[in-house]
Design a protein around this ligand. Structure first.
Ligand code: RTP
Ligand code: MG
Length: 142
């Protein structure tokens, strides 16, 4: 499997629960390296741009409102199969359907406040990484 990069966001609910370290530990134990990170309080425009693919969906306004409700922790994860591995660690979008032991099963309280985001494909990963990071803000260690 190829080395990949993916964009991860620890959402406002999980930052408020003070579990950034717990989630980082899961990334590290799964063999993913954090090659860039920043804490941000997203503006409405930043959140709308990030989730632009969902702008026609009924949940879009709630999603933007939630994502701007408090600080988020944004990181780039690098490793073999990083995109799928991160999605596996996160679990299903709806925490009621998330497998036991996943980030969303352990920390999410609803489909809106669902603790984490992870890119879903190589194309979205590239777009999402460049949405938040300049090349010189990433520090590859491989
Ligand atoms: P994410 O993009 O945040 O990693 O989540 P995802 O891929 O698992 O889910 P996606 O379909 O991309 O949806 C983005 C976020 O929108 C909220 N959502 N609400 N009420 C609903 O039916 C609904 N569907 C999606 C979720 O917070 C989801 O994480
Ligand atoms: Mg998504």
């Amino acid at each position: 499997m190829a080395t990949e990069r993916t964009l991860s966001i620890i959402k406002p609910d999980a930052v408020a629960k003070n579990v950034i370290g717990d989630i980082y530990s899961r990334f590290e134990k799964a063999g993913l390296q954090i090659v860039g990170a920043k804490m941000l309080h997203l503006s409405k425009e930043q959140a709308e741009g990030f989730y632009a693919e969902h702008k026609e969906r009924g949940f879009f306004a709630d999603l933007v409102s939630f994502m701007t409700s408090g600080p988020v922790m944004v990181q780039v994860l690098e490793g073999e199969g990083a995109i799928a591995k991160n999605r596996e660690l996160m679990g299903a979008t709806n925490p009621k359907e998330a497998a036991p032991g996943t980030i969303r099963a352990d920390f999410a309280s609803s489909i809106d406040a669902n603790a984490a985001h992870g890119s879903d494909a190589p194309e979205s990963a590239a777009r999402e990484i460049s949405y938040f990071f300049q090349d010189n803000e990433l520090c590859p260690r491989s």
